[in-house]
Design a protein around this ligand. Sequence first.
Ligand code: HEC
Ligand code: HEC
Length: 444
Amino acid sequence: MVRCSIGFVVVAVVVLPVFNRTQVVSAKDAGFPNSSTQKAAEKIGTATATGAAATTPEQVKLGSPDLTGGIPGRGPVTNAEIKKWLDNPRNHVPLTPILPYGLVAGAGQIVNLESNPLTRAKIELGRQLYFDTRLSKEAKISCASCHDPEQGYAKDTQFGLGFGGQLGNRNSPVAYNRIFSKKQFWDGRAESLEEQAKGPIANPIEMSNTHDVCVHTVGDIPGYRLQFEKIFPDGVTIDNVAKAIASFERVLVTGPSPWDYYLPLRDFKKTIRADQVNEAQLKADEPELYDEYLKLKAASDTHPISDSARRGGEIFFGEKGSCSACHVGVNFSDELYHNLGVGMDSAKPDLGRFEISKDEKDKGAFKTPTVRNIASTGPYMHDGSQKTLEEVVEWYDKGGHPNPNLDQKIKPLKLTPTEKADLVAFLKALHGDLPKVERGRLPQ
Ligand code: HEC
Ligand code: HEC
């Protein structure tokens, strides 16, 4: 796959200089520096910089700060700086994302890059819009007000806190790893990130604006107008605002966690059927395997994981916890809707997915959220009703809250106190770095 797609890009350079289809590369070794993929990506980057057609796709590692660090410089970005940025062909090259180590296998889940190709210029415009309160009524609220990088791209309040201090009725989910989901919201009512991004702007209890006013306000800011007109043939429109924001969100991905570094080592041990590797013997008998073992061990040792978290992982993926019946894949979500009974004891429960599908079995069902970086995104559940991971684990241990639509996979687990602590430790070990993101540098 790696070789084939690189060959493909190289052919495109020579034969089809205006080829601009983006391609998702799935590389087993994409996360390791100096891998063959990385070298090829660097080569392609150089070719572009030295004058190849601006539409030659460039491979970029998602998570690298140069995508989200803002237009170089300090303070509010000036129009001269914006023009210089827009004049650089490199910023308009369609980008082929390479996912960080740990997420690589999710490449097949990425959608919409064909209709909304990633470019540096579009990601940067989306970054500005994401942090800009001027998209809201009276310039009070931005996307970051409820999906704050300092609060794990979520918000530490039970419900979203919007215009005039109004509270919504659902907890703010995280705005990272959205690249792996087609449908958005707890009930999946938006078909894409592009569709989702338009929602809050016009939602009276969120940003409380109208799309028309938003488009006018943004279009009246010369720095924005310059960017929209260069990036989109039809300039400032609400759809283009959404496309830019969606592009910014797609590059917000979690870096590898201690669990990601540990997993290959665990699997290696399983392959050679040894809990404890006899290093001297392995070295003598299988020097190549021994080298591989040393590499995996070094990677895991530099991102240490506790014994408790390792045991918790076995519970999470094993029969005992069966958490991975729903929290599955690189982003720990089956992208489906389940009823755990959360909020079902209230007088008028939020019926979740049912409101969209009108399917009886969806009553009280919500989309399985990611559990990556979960330790920093509390409170939890669609109604923010659970404050800590300990509470969440207790909820599962007692088998959720009984109601006619309780998912069949939710059953009392009968975990010991140690096992519960292990599960929590595992969830905490799913933490990876998020890209460094500039919050300022907005056009004036
Ligand atoms: C007032 C708080 C608030 C503001 C402002 C806000 N959001 Fe949200 N966001 C929420 C809440 C609450 C939800 C969940 C709503 C639901 O599922 O019904 C949500 C859902 C989302 C989701 C879906 C995540 C998922 O896992 O499905 C994304 C993506 C998102 N918001 C991005 C944005 C963007 C982009 C903006 C700015 C244009 C924005 N939000 C503004 C509170 C807010
Ligand atoms: C039947 C599918 C299913 C199983 C099994 C499952 N989960 Fe969940 N999980 C969900 C859904 C759906 C939600 C959101 C429910 C809601 O808000 O109503 C969720 C929410 C969570 C949350 C809160 C996430 C957030 O951002 O608010 C955590 C943490 C979590 N689950 C961990 C676990 C653990 C640990 C296990 C195993 C003991 C487990 N899950 C088993 C589907 C499942």
